[in-house]
Structures are given as structure tokens and as C-alpha cells.
Design a protein around this ligand. Structure first.
Ligand SMILES: [Fe+2]
Length: 338
């Protein structure tokens, strides 16, 4: 066990050695499409501060606090993000559950963002088009870890590897103040222009080899409610461990694209075999048929690629799925959460 003074020194060293720098903000480019396009091309992300409606974010933060109180991790009658250090023994939830809260997926908590008129107006001004939200969201309340290791990077990855060819941007939204100790997320600025770094010889998760991820250029920031980081699906990034004394890292990831561009098909699964998929598109009501081949990334709930005979039982009958297609072939088939 290392105390927090030593840990903050460790964090400061990481900043000084240049391993972690500070994200550029893009607020000055709002309304300047060409400037935003150039920043995206150069850096692979836009970091906007304080652009999301504070009331919506505060309401969401309250939902997270309620959940942590119900599970005995924050004391009742406290509206403060403060872990009571009661541990996880005998509780209904685990540390792993807090890095992907399934109850929020079931309750479609993402609609607090995607159906809010104010947020959609803000997103329209940032994207330059109406947002088309993909119903793929992850909800996190990472607790402080009691045995911090030197490496703060939880799982460096490129989302594009797991969602081949999908037209989407990833949004990372803090719901509370998230500083270096609470952890947040870090990105390798500009590396979206480089190759896919995942190791194709290591199924089913194909992790990025450790020597590749130690590359320079990692950036993060001190985040506040109302901030959003929108980033390229091929930009390598990683959650950071929470080494704070008693705060949960409250955040949400969700995917978005421009409604004016290519959008994936979302709808009820009609049939699925190893070679073919039929879905009823919820926007048009029409049935669409796609071929599945060895290149198709059929993604299970834990992100792993499913192959051959495992494909048909990856989804439940009539489950809502998302299909990204290229020339009638399925590039990615993933579970929707609504
Ligand atoms: Fe990711």
C-alpha cells in the first residue's frame, strides 16, 4: 500500500517525463468547420470544455451516486462522490461490474444524453450536423484501487479494431471532476493516422503489445462536468487507474456519427447463421440481408470476436443489433443495448 502523497509524486513524474501531456482544447474552433477538420486530422480528437448542459450532467451524476449508495459504497444521505471504503465482500456488485455497469445498460441511461434537446443542439454545433447516436454505451464508476501499480494504463486499445469500418466517433464524458489521481482516460495524440496496433496473432482480444504502447504522446487533462472528448475510432486510448483516496471515477462512453453521412443499420435480428444475417431496420422497417465472412468482427458482449459455429448463438432471437456493412458484407456486427 502506497500513500497518496507518494502516488501524486509518481503522477507528477509521469507528466514531467513527457509520458503524459495535456490535451489541447478545441472550444476556440467551435463554428470554424475547417479549423475543426484540421485539428481532427492532426490530433484525432476534439476536447471541448464545459459545452454540455450542466443540469443534464448533474442529473446523471445523481443517478450514479444513487446506484453507489444502493450498493453500500457511498453512505446514505450523502450527495457527495465519496467512497466509504466498506469493500466489496458480501455485496451484489464487484469492482469489474463498476467498470461496465450492466444495470445502466438495461435501464438505457444513455437516453438521458441522446434524447435531451439541449445536448443534441450542442452536439450539432460541435459536429456540424445532427448527431446520429449509436446505442453502444459504457458506464463506469471505477473505485480507488488499494494496490496501485506503477502502470496507470488499464487497457490501451483502438475501438476501430473492434468495430471494423464503422462510421463513428467515440465520446468520453466525465460526470464529475476527474483529475490525474481519479484517473480518467488518456489518448495518444495523432496516432489515429498510424497503423492498427493490435496483435492479430493473439485472439480473442488481440491486445496491443506492451512495447508498442509505451510510445510517447499520451495526453490527458483535469476534466470537469460539462466537458466532452470526441475522438477518432482509431485513436489509441486507455482508461487510467483511480489512485485517489476516496473518489469514484464517474464517466460514460458513447458513440455518435453525423446523421447526414453513412449510418449503420440498427434493428431487430430476424435470423443469423454462420454465413448470413437478416435484420429489420428500425428506421425504414425493411428487412436487410447481409453476408458474413471470416473478416466480419462479430462482437460478443465482452468485446471478443466470435467465429464459426459460435456466431449464431452470440445473440438472442429478435435482439436489437448494429450492422456496419461494406458492399453487402458485414464488417461489424455488434449488440445494441436498447
Ligand atoms: Fe475504447
Amino acid at each position: 500500500m502506497v500513500d497518496s502523497t507518494e502516488l501524486s509524486v509518481q503522477g507528477a513524474e509521469a507528466i514531467e517525463t513527457g509520458r503524459i501531456g495535456t490535451l489541447k482544447t478545441a472550444n476556440h474552433l467551435i463554428g470554424d468547420r475547417e479549423g475543426l477538420r484540421r485539428a481532427w486530422e492532426r490530433d484525432g480528437y476534439w476536447y471541448f470544455k464545459g459545452v454540455l448542459d450542466q443540469n443534464v450532467i448533474a442529473k446523471m451524476r445523481r443517478v450514479w451516486i444513487d446506484y453507489l449508495q444502493r450498493n453500500g459504497l457511498i453512505d446514505a444521505d450523502v450527495n457527495v462522490n465519496r467512497y466509504n471504503h466498506s469493500g466489496f465482500d458480501g455485496k451484489d456488485i464487484s469492482v469489474a461490474e463498476l467498470s461496465r455497469i450492466s444495470e445502466f445498460s438495461e435501464r438505457n441511461i444513455h437516453t438521458m444524453i441522446t434524447e435531451d434537446p439541449q445536448i443534441n443542439e450542442s452536439m450539432k454545433s460541435l459536429l456540424g450536423a445532427d448527431p446520429f447516436w449509436l446505442p453502444i454505451a459504457e458506464y463506469r464508476a471505477n473505485p480507488p484501487i488499494s494496490d496501485p501499480v506503477a502502470d496507470r494504463f488499464i487497457y490501451p486499445h483502438q475501438d476501430g479494431f473492434y468495430s471494423r469500418g464503422m462510421e463513428m466517433k467515440i465520446c468520453w464524458i466525465p460526470l464529475d471532476n476527474i483529475d490525474w489521481e481519479v484517473g480518467g482516460c488518456a489518448w495518444i495524440e495523432g496516432a489515429h493516422r498510424g497503423p492498427i496496433l493490435h496483435d492479430l496473432t493473439k485472439p480473442p482480444l488481440f491486445p496491443i503489445p506492451a512495447d508498442v504502447v509505451s510510445m510517447e504522446g499520451w495526453k490527458s487533462a483535469d476534466f470537469e462536468p460539462g466537458d466532452i472528448v470526441i475522438f477518432d475510432l482509431n485513436l489509441p486510448h486507455s482508461g487510467l487507474t483511480n489512485i485517489s483516496k476516496d473518489r469514484f471515477r464517474l464517466s460514460l462512453d458513447i458513440r455518435v456519427t453525423e446523421a447526414s453521412g453513412k449510418v449503420p443499420s440498427i434493428g431487430e435480428l430476424v435470423s443469423l447463421s454462420e454465413e448470413q444475417l437478416t435484420l429489420r431496420n428500425e428506421r425504414t422497417g425493411a428487412e436487410e440481408i447481409y453476408a458474413i465472412d471470416a473478416q466480419t468482427y462479430v462482437r460478443s458482449a465482452d468485446g471478443k470476436k466470435r467465429e464459426g459455429a459460435d456466431i449464431p448463438n452470440t445473440f438472442k432471437p429478435r435482439e436489437t443489433v448494429i450492422v456496419n456493412s461494406l458492399d453487402g458484407r458485414v464488417a461489424t456486427l455488434v449488440r445494441s443495448i436498447h
